[in-house]
Design a protein around this ligand. Structure first.
Ligand SMILES: O=C(O)C(=O)C[C@]1(C(=O)O)C=C[C@@H](O)C=C1
Length: 364
């Protein structure tokens, strides 16, 4: 993809870029009060939903295009850049008509290649930054596909927004962060600016700071956070918005880390640690390979005796004891559970291969 760095956007956009503002634009007064406060605290990029795709009907779906002249007014009054969500070519047309500075495509639109393509077609020949939120489901290819469609329409001021992924029963987050997906995106497209949206990941105010810090620790290029002058009475997403004052404090408290350092002592120390990690990984893989050889042996033995691959009692025991052993070694038991689930799946696959090479009847 042919993408520009944030500092090449020519819009005073450099990392970390903070975009703050209400979930939805509600009234001229709500917009004015919130933007005035944010601008006085140095926020130059404001967000505000005009059209709101909601999961279920009968919830507030945004005030619609009547908000656009209100936005124009606050942009002028407080000298801020304004970002809104677009979900179809009509939204794009209206946003451009009213001088909106940045467009974002929401998670529910990113999942639909037809919708994204229609937006892309309506952006041909237009020079405006576009940010694309991850699709609601954890599908990296779909996210990349949307970025490619918009990029192919000639948009080089392009960025991703990580807003987390829908989940069935995450007890902590509204949308599971599943950090490995945005990290994989960044690995594949190192110059693609990537923002984090703690508001939609957290769903509640008290988690915002920790997720925002995690994003900074992982080298995200900025944050898009919801802020409302009166969060509790917000018409949408009341639980996850914070006042401009709270937001300013949250951002001041963030530890911003650099990607690397020129400090030669740091470099040589890190190099030393990495050599040790290489060595440990070799030993780790040799151990894993030894385990797999034993699993193969067990598979051969089962084949000879026509015994089923899956041994529930044994597996239950393994799955119970390994997290305990891990805990004693200061390892996170949930991590060990995930690890052993993968290991067991691989064991079964290996033993399946062994069974398939036999003339004996496979038990189900
Ligand atoms: O104990 C066995 O029977 C094995 O084959 C090993 C193993 C494992 O990976 O630990 C694999 C499959 C069984 O379901 C249970 C355990």
């Amino acid at each position: 993809m042919d993408i520009l760095n944030l500092n090449e956007w020519g819009l005073d956009a450099k990392a970390p870029l903070y975009i703050a503002g209400p979930c939805s634009v509600e009234t001229p007064n709500q917009l004015n009060t919130t933007v005035k406060d944010l601008a006085s605290r140095g926020f130059k990029w404001i967000r505000g939903g005009v059209w709101k795709p909601r999961t279920r009907p009968n919830s507030f779906e945004g005030v619609g295009e009547i908000a656009l002249p209100w936005i124009q007014e606050v942009k002028e009054k407080y000298q801020v850049q304004f970002a809104i969500e677009v979900a179809n070519p009509y939204h794009v047309q209206k946003a451009l008509e009213y001088g909106i500075d940045l467009l974002w495509i929401g998670a529910r639109t990113t999942v639909n290649p037809f919708a994204v393509q229609e937006i892309a077609d309506s952006l041909k020949g237009v020079d405006i930054p576009v940010m694309i939120k991850n699709p609601v489901n954890p599908d990296l290819a779909l996210w990349i596909g949307a970025l490619e469609r918009i990029n192919q329409a000639g948009i080089k001021k392009l960025a991703g927004i990580h807003r987390g992924f829908s989940n069935f029963n995450d007890q902590v987050y509204r949308n599971s962060p599943t950090w490995q997906i945005p990290l994989e995106l960044k690995t594949r497209y190192p110059n693609l600016p990537l923002l984090n949206d703690p508001s939609h990941i957290c769903g509640k105010r008290d988690l915002l700071a920790s997720v925002a810090q995690m994003a900074m620790d992982l080298n995200f290029d900025g944050l898009i956070i919801e802020s409302h002058f009166d969060p509790v009475n917000a018409w949408s997403d009341a639980a996850q918005q914070v006042t401009p004052e709270v937001l300013e404090k949250l951002i001041q408290d963030l530890q911003i880390r650099s990607t690397s350092t020129e400090n030669p002592i740091f470099q040589s120390q890190l190099e030393l640690i990495r050599e040790q990690i290489d060595q440990v990984d070799r030993e780790f893989l040799e151990t894993l390979s030894r385990r797999m050889k034993l699993v193969e042996k067990a598979g051969e033995y089962k084949k000879l005796n026509n015994v089923a691959i899956f041994q529930m009692e044994r597996w239950k025991k393994v799955f119970e004891t390994r997290p305990e052993w891990g805990t004693a070694l200061h390892l996170n038991p949930d991590f060990i559970k995930e690890l052993y689930q993968l290991v067991h799946t691989e064991s079964i696959k290996k033993q399946e291969e062994i069974m398939e090479n036999t003339g004996l009847q496979k038990e189900k």
